[in-house]
Design a protein around this ligand. Structure first.
Ligand SMILES: [Zn+2]
Length: 231
């Protein structure tokens, strides 16, 4: 039987994958823009991603960041609406508090690519700043959502001091993939820095690798779905 709501089904899967891969725990969330309705996106009720079901998905307005039915969702829903307003190319957003990434929000050490799977980091990962000053404030109003989106610029992710990361993609699968591998790269980078000076993948090379890898990441998504089992 054809799934009457494939987008909702894939968003539930994305929630479960991010939880299973340790990118989100009790905190964190993922949204997807509605194809054909760029002013609307789907986000769950304020639940831990591991327990989100289709019945928990709400439709939100990009302009206001509010549920169109008035139901309550995450406090930091304005991460999603702010980025969707600023980036028409973005189809999905992941927000994570993954601990492996926190060191890169509180030091001058840049998060840079150390494996092909995370070559998308070659363009750099900006930090969330307001008036040039890093901030750790919650993204709980439309204005702060706009400030976060301004810091993100055209990048695939923005690091948030004392907080975490927000990752974007041209598809839900790409956003999930990037969120998982940004964390993997952070972990490998921390291990490498402990051993001594680190050689990062040059930006030009990383750009070429990322473009190639992007075309074949469905294999990884399919594995993660397989590992979830029945949901
Ligand atoms: Zn947060």
């Amino acid at each position: 039987m054809t799934d009457p709501d494939p987008l909702g089904g894939e968003l539930v899967t994305a929630n479960r994958i991010l939880a299973a891969r340790g990118v989100v725990d009790g905190w964190g969330h993922v949204s997807v823009r509605k194809p054909g309705s760029p002013d609307r996106f789907l986000l769950a009720r304020p639940l831990a991603p591991a327990v989100v079901t289709r019945d928990d998905l709400l439709e939100l307005d990009v302009d206001t960041g509010e549920s169109i039915t008035g139901e309550t969702t995450y406090l930091e829903r304005h991460i999603h609406s702010g980025i969707y307003r600023a980036r028409p190319d973005v189809a999905a957003v992941v927000h994570s508090h993954a601990p492996d990434l926190i060191p890169f929000t509180v030091t001058d050490t840049q998060l840079l690519p150390l494996l092909h799977a995370s070559a998308f980091l070659g363009e750099g990962a900006p930090g969330f700043e307001v008036d040039g000053v890093p901030t750790g404030k919650l993204i709980d109003t439309p204005q702060v959502g706009d400030e976060l989106a301004a810091s993100l610029g055209a990048a695939p992710l923005v690091l948030m001091r004392w907080h975490g990361v927000s990752v974007v993609g041209a598809s839900l699968r790409q956003a999930v993939y990037r969120a998982v591998y940004a964390r993997e790269n952070a972990r490998i980078q921390l291990q490498s820095l402990a051993l001594g000076p680190v050689t990062y993948q040059p930006t030009d090379e990383a750009r070429d690798v990322a473009a190639t890898v992007d075309k074949v990441t469905d294999r990884v998504w399919d594995l993660w779905v397989h590992e979830l089992g029945d949901i």
